[in-house]
Design a protein around this ligand. Structure first.
Ligand code: UD1
Ligand code: UDP
Length: 371
């Protein structure tokens, strides 16, 4: 059975490499890989770490390109790859423009789509934008929905998706995290960047920041002002790997350069990121993946958004929604720094997202599920 997996951004690569490893090692499958390269450097970091060599690299990233242009280019270029490969399944992951446009191309070519990380919903089309639309649209025509949790599966049932096509597999991000932790343990030199930062900030607690959601672009200065205020504490160091999107980078470089205990750094490769996750006192983020990884390692997460499609971590008490108001951000971070009981309550490791076996479950489903 021939499987074509299509992805383009950093989080898709992280969440799909365990499946690509499993497909490669399973004689039942011929696995082909197509990257749109919606991201370039941030995608290549993951491909190199995971040892994935794409069969098709569409090289579609352009600086600051609009969503309509990106979408149209992916649709046409992936269509060409589908013509050439004629796979039995197309696998896409999550809710990016690559996932949506590649799935749509497969639908137009009458090739069944397997959606990995299906069923996440915030209930608000504006938040996250455009991701909530992308994932809802994929669900309307996917043939196989791999839901990471029971709540995600329930969302799909509510949308009248046939129950036999919905399976709870766990989230492949846990497979990726466990695999990466093992590599980091075997090769401590793979986390050199973080170890140097740990030496530089010895004796301080580390807060890890990330921000990149499009609906937060208008709030980047507010987020920066909260970080500036927090950086005045001398028991604290801030590690901020800045997303390559110019809408984020340009603001943060102007607002946060030159502060002694703020490390504004390039995006970390996955081993260094996993090390940061392990040692951070807390994470302040609007990222999706971080909301899944941090609870698994017992790191509290403050989510700079008004809604989330990952209610499991909120329910477990390991994550809190704090929005983007600087006053609120500073108060919530301060509470976690100064009140050890609150921190301890949020830091109890809890993992609602899987057992590290999601990829092998998805392999079995690809073999057995009706197309
Ligand atoms: C995309 C996804 C978002 C996902 C995020 C993960 C969409 C609409 N958005 O957002 O769902 O959460 O990736 O990070 O699919 N850039 C580089 N180098 C890179 C990557 C990006 O220079 O390696 C710059 C380019 O100027 C690019 C811009 O960032 O045009 C935006 O990239 P894009 O993929 O459109 O959006 P993200 O904000 O990264
Ligand atoms: N990540 C990384 N290096 C970094 C920051 C993040 O490897 O410097 C990883 C991390 O595993 C995170 C994933 O990239 O879960 C998701 O990236 P991002 O926040 O860009 O996307 P989202 O999950 O919000 O779609």
């Amino acid at each position: 059975m021939k499987i074509l997996t299509v992805f383009g951004t950093r989080p898709e690569a992280i969440k799909l490499f365990p499946l690509l490893h499993a497909l490669r090692d399973d004689p039942r499958f011929e696995s082909r890989v197509c990257v749109t390269a919606q991201h370039r450097e941030m995608l290549d970091q993951v491909l190199a770490f995971a040892g994935i060599v794409p069969d098709h690299d569409l090289g579609l990233m352009r600086d600051r390109q609009s969503l309509d242009t990106l979408n149209a280019r992916i649709l046409v270029e992936v269509g060409g790859v589908l013509e050439a490969e004629r796979p039995d399944w197309v696998v896409v992951q999550g809710d990016t423009t690559t996932a949506f446009a590649a799935a749509l191309a497969a639908h137009y070519h009458r090739i069944p789509v397997c959606h990995v990380e299906a069923g996440l919903r915030s209930g608000d089309l504006a938040n996250p934008w455009p991701e909530e639309m992308n994932r809802r649209a994929i669900a309307t025509f996917a043939a196989l929905h791999c839901a990471p949790t029971g709540l995600a599966a329930d969302n799909l049932v509510r949308e009248s998706i046939e129950r036999e096509r919905i399976h709870i597999t766990g989230n492949t991000v846990i497979d990726a995290l466990l695999w990466a932790r093992e590599r980091v343990r075997e090769a401590p030199e793979s986390t050199r960047i973080m170890r140097e930062l740990e030496r530089r900030f010895e004796g301080r607690r580390i807060v890890r920041i990330s921000a990149h959601r499009r609906e937060n672009f208008g709030h980047m200065r507010e987020i920066a002002s909260a970080i500036r205020r927090l950086s005045q504490r001398d028991d604290l160091a801030i590690v901020f790997p800045v997303h390559r999107n110019p809408a984020v980078r340009d603001v943060m470089q102007v607002e946060l350069s030159g502060l002694d205990n703020v490390a504004l750094i390039d995006p970390l490769d996955y081993p260094n990121f996993v090390r940061l996750l392990d040692i951070a006192h807390l994470m302040l983020t609007d990222s999706g993946g971080v909301q899944e990884e941090a609870p698994a390692l017992g790191t509290p997460v403050l989510v700079m958004r008004e809604t989330t499609e990952r209610p499991e971590a909120i329910a477990a008490g390991t994550a809190r929604l704090v929005g983007t108001d600087p006053e609120r951000i500073v108060n919530e971070v301060t509470r976690l720094l100064d009140d050890s009981e609150t921190h301890a309550a949020m830091a109890s490791a809890h993992n609602p997202y899987g057992d590290g076996q999601a990829a092998s479950r998805i392999c079995d489903l690809l073999k057995e599920a009706p197309r």
